[in-house]
Design a protein around this ligand. Structure first.
Ligand code: F6R
Length: 249
């Protein structure tokens, strides 16, 4: 079931999500346990990470009991490449909080044996006890992680081919569409559905149509995000522009 939350603007939305995440981290710390977060990259969660850094600096939120797993990484990009998702996470969040570096996981874009690395990533998530809360963005193709259509609940962490629309949407970051990798490693739709909670963020009118399809159309591999309707605890956190085409608000 997808619960909809339409906030007046994305700044208000990310404050609510960051407070939710902080509550989870603190509750786990009070119980002497770790909190396992699934994280996304791209432009959408940047203000969320800024708010988490603010909570760390100004309100004493500690990440010492936090383990993280990122959704995806571009194939062929190492951690020192400024467009790699490992680089992004270091700059947006990890370098600014007290998370233990070895407790942060991003798929290895340079793995020689991609299938073995993907299986090891799934095993590491299981060994951590599973993901408590997964943050997602959504691509205009309906992708979550880099699960481009067609992709369904049976998919697990693996290498995928990036859709041309996705490559064009990310061209600005690379300066030229020709530089955008053609492949990525991503958690599967099934991996995401296994997370105990899922929070998908979407801002702006460019996401309104795919948000509507994900929420209102019957689940289908043609829109991988639509499978989130089958999740027991999934929240879509939207600004008014991203929610504009929804029939039920
Ligand atoms: C990023 C990811 C992607 C993005 C999606 C939206 O880790 O998995 O699914 O969330 O492509 O990207 P932005 O936020 O740049 O619109």
């Amino acid at each position: 079931m997808i619960r909809l939350h339409v906030h007046p603007d994305k700044a208000t939305a990310v404050r609510a999500v960051a407070a939710d995440i902080a509550g989870l981290i603190r509750a786990r710390a009070a119980a002497g346990k770790r909190a396992v977060l699934g994280l996304a990259t791209g432009s959408t969660p940047i203000p969320l990470y800024a708010e988490l850094v603010r909570l760390h600096r100004e309100e004493g939120l500690s990440f010492r009991n936090v383990t993280t797993f990122n959704l995806d990484e571009y194939s062929g990009l190492g951690p020192d490449h400024d467009q790699s998702y490992r680089w992004f996470m270091q700059r947006q969040l990890f370098d600014h909080v007290d998370v233990t570096p070895a407790e942060t996981h991003v798929p290895d874009g340079l793995a020689k044996d991609v299938a073995a690395a993907a299986a090891a990533y799934e095993a590491a998530i299981r060994a951590a006890g599973g993901i408590d809360l997964q943050v997602l963005g959504i691509g205009r193709t309906g992708h979550i992680g880099f699960n481009e259509p067609p992709a369904g609940p049976a998919t697990r962490t693996r290498q995928v081919h990036l859709d041309e629309l996705t490559r064009r949407d990310n061209a600005a970051f690379f300066g030229d569409v020709a530089k955008v990798p053609r492949h990525a490693v991503t958690m599967g739709v099934g991996t995401i559905l296994d997370c105990r909670r899922v929070v998908l963020l979407a801002w702006g009118e460019g996401k309104a149509d795919i948000v509507r399809r994900s929420v209102e159309d019957a689940p289908s591999d043609d829109c991988p995000a639509s499978w989130l309707q089958r999740h027991a605890a999934c929240d879509f956190v939207l600004d008014p522009a991203a929610a504009a085409r929804l029939a039920r608000r």
